[in-house]
Design a protein around this ligand. Sequence first.
Ligand code: 5GP
Length: 175
Amino acid sequence: MDEIMRKLKVMYTEEQIQKRIQEMAEQLDKDYQGKDLIVISVLKGAIFFSVDLVKKMKTPVIFDMMQVSSYQGTQSTGNVIIKKDLDEDISGKDVLILEDIIDTGYTLQYLKEYLQTLNPSSLKIAVLADKKERREIDVDIDYTGFEIENKFIVGYGFDIDQKYRNIPYIGYIEE
Ligand code: 5GP
């Protein structure tokens, strides 16, 4: 076991994550009943959450992905660039962004503004985790899995320098 794994404490177990995602899937099925929904999973972290969520939904979805990153390292700066753009045409469609976490808000603010320019008929956001305390810009979040305290989380898609995404639970490092 490496140093990180030794220090990692469980914040949400696999069972707790799946239970919450099931609730979110049921809510989304209600809200998007009869609609043609395009979900946009934000690579790479949100893939884990996105796959589990859409598999629990009964509404047929079109699954697309985008990848964005900040100019400077891993710190959110507001200088977001698109690394992978959409494949689908979202104009006139109902669109739901699936993101792993909202922290300062810069990434989702950028994505929301960009996607709005493509004229979807509706645009909503679902996040697995929300670190409210850290918010620097206001972004409306429509669906939230867990409101978490200001701790750096790892596992279930959340990385440290690209590593540890495959840990099946959400952990945090006790400083
Ligand atoms: P924002 O632009 O809202 O500040 O940042 C969102 C991005 O910051 C997420 O997509 C994620 O990559 C990263 N991030 C924020 N908090 C955490 C955390 O606790 N753990 C990990 N691994 N990444 C985080």
